[in-house]
Design a protein around this ligand. Structure first.
Ligand SMILES: [Zn+2]
Length: 224
């Protein structure tokens, strides 16, 4: 076994002969195929990661695989905001000191984490699980838009803040939701555009993001 991955590592370093379709082991090939399904991971990187795991103690690799299995099997989505949570209701939705009448609409949990890092926001969230993107086959019904409308329809929301990426897809998602919400008695705002066009929320620095939440503006003014 040592010889096999010693040889593969050497080949990888030399970056030659790496067609990666002549695996000496089916088990190795399967693992590499699974890793290479992850975003941003090509076959070569997948091979490097798998070989790295092979060098670890069995216990350590089992812990790694168990954490993934457990995550997949036991993780829940908060029944109110759809954020990933260990419980039926997430920590933010369960927190009585948050302002539950202000709902910030974000694409995913990474955006929740970025906004929480600014420590400038005391409202709650609604996690869409993506943005409308016809190119990727993502339509409104694939996202948590209906649950957002149902939430607003309960009349317990004063303000909905759009905090989606300032990309074309982010803008069309904002506009789609705006049209659905505009007849509800709710203030609709969007982040101040300190965030430049094309930026993703997740990569914006905390100070800029914090400021753009504090200085949010009415969405209809933004469109005008
Ligand atoms: Zn929640």
């Amino acid at each position: 076994m040592k010889t096999i991955y010693g040889l593969l590592l050497t080949l990888e370093k030399l970056n030659i002969g790496m067609t990666l379709d002549n695996f000496p082991s089916k088990l190795l090939e399967n693992a590499v195929n699974e890793f290479s399904k992850l975003p941003g991971i090509g076959k070569k990187t997948a091979l490097r990661l798998v070989l790295h795991l092979l060098k670890k103690e069995t216990d350590e690799v089992l812990r790694f695989s168990r954490s993934l299995t457990q995550l997949r099997e036991e993780v829940k989505h908060c029944r109110i905001c759809r954020n990933i949570s260990d419980n039926d209701k997430c920590n933010i939705c369960s927190n009585p000191s948050r302002d539950h009448r202000i709902v910030c609409v974000v694409e995913n949990i990474r955006d929740v984490m970025s906004i929480e890092n600014t420590q400038q926001y005391r409202g709650v969230y609604h996690v869409l699980g993506g943005i409308i993107s016809p190119m990727d086959g993502v339509g409104p019904s694939d996202l948590e838009i209906e649950s957002l409308l149902a939430r607003v329809a309960k009349g317990e929301t004063d303000e909905v803040i759009f905090a989606l990426s300032t990309t074309m897809e982010g803008d069309s998602t904002n506009f789609y939701i705006f049209k659905k919400l505009k007849d509800f008695p709710v203030r609709i705002t969007t982040l101040a555009r300190g965030v430049s066009i094309g930026d993703e929320i997740e990569y914006t620095d905390e100070i800029t993001l914090g400021r753009s939440i504090v200085n949010r503006m009415l969405f209809e003014n933004f469109m005008g």
